[in-house]
Design a protein around this ligand. Sequence first.
Ligand code: ZN
Length: 396
Amino acid sequence: MIRLIKNAQVFAPRNLGKTDVLISGSRILKIDSNISLETIGAQECVEVVDASGKIMVPGYVDTLVHITGGGGEGGFQTRTPEIEFDNIVRAGVTSLIGALGTDATTRGLADVYGKAMSLSQSGLNCFMYTGSYEVPVKTITGSIKSDMIFIEPVIGVGEIAISDKRSSQPTPHELARIASDAKVAGMIAGKTGIVMIHLGDEETCLESLHQAADQFAVALSQFYPTHINRNRTLFEAGIEFAKQGGTIDFTTSTNDSILKSGEIRASQALAKALQAGVPSDRLTMSSDAQGSLPNFDEDGILESLDVGAIDSLHNEMLRAVKSEGVEFSLALSAITSNPARVTGLHRKGQLKQGSDADLNLLDSESLAISSVMSRGHWLLQNDEMVAQTPFASAAT
Ligand code: ZN
């Protein structure tokens, strides 16, 4: 199947201007101005789409999603539900990485694997981290190395929790060992072996990561800390970490209660980090979707819970542009090319020859997502779900 999308304003995430994109099967064959079917000699099985008035961007890459649900920190009834395929597609996310959360006891990696495979077979690109908040980490096969080498969608380790009351307080040595295991397994399996680190609000911030890198033969950049916008102190520590070569991640899901307690909005954190001189390719945003977002009353008593939303990724990217004055291609790179690079998803997050044909079409006025393509297949077209999933008819 050959598809030719014409006349869109293409951000790759770099602005390529108004140009045409030719897709063959699951890959991008060519990006050029005025591609005609005659020149490529294609006659049959061709779809030509006129995307005038649309902006084309790479499909978003979300590096932290609790695909089987998270939460559960306020009793069993506060467990959050698993994510739904349609919500991921409508959010413009074509690649995502699943993880366990606080609860790695009543929830497990086998379930994360099953859900990841289900989402990929339905047309998305779902990967996963092995491991857990707690150290020693939970795995599927018994070790980080075997999980990464034998299980295709396992691209690294995460979320390992530090500087958090819910953490198992791992030592720098334990963190270095996890990073080394992930690195070696990554070398064997052709993966980056990134280690995603969950940061809580304890004042120790990123100290144990620096100690691990100082005391052992581990690169700081192998750790990928998230929730860096949780509070001002952690944000400042994150800026320093990024200036020393690491990539930092801001969480886009939030609510009023969390913002009131001192969280910096991801869009604002992105703008501030750029102003502080952090190289733009070391900044990413992820949704933390399906994680639980507590609402506390004045006395700090839990009142209710919200669930992290995957569409916050697109919304915070737009907010960075509209409210914080971040250049569109830079804001876009924080949810496309940068997260793809740090997690080793080399054919994702960019529109270029040879990349997977994962893309979104946005309305050029409202910037709303109207069409989503993954591996050369439309999942959403002109606001209509067109993906063929086994339960699609039951959901409508
Ligand atoms: Zn977390």
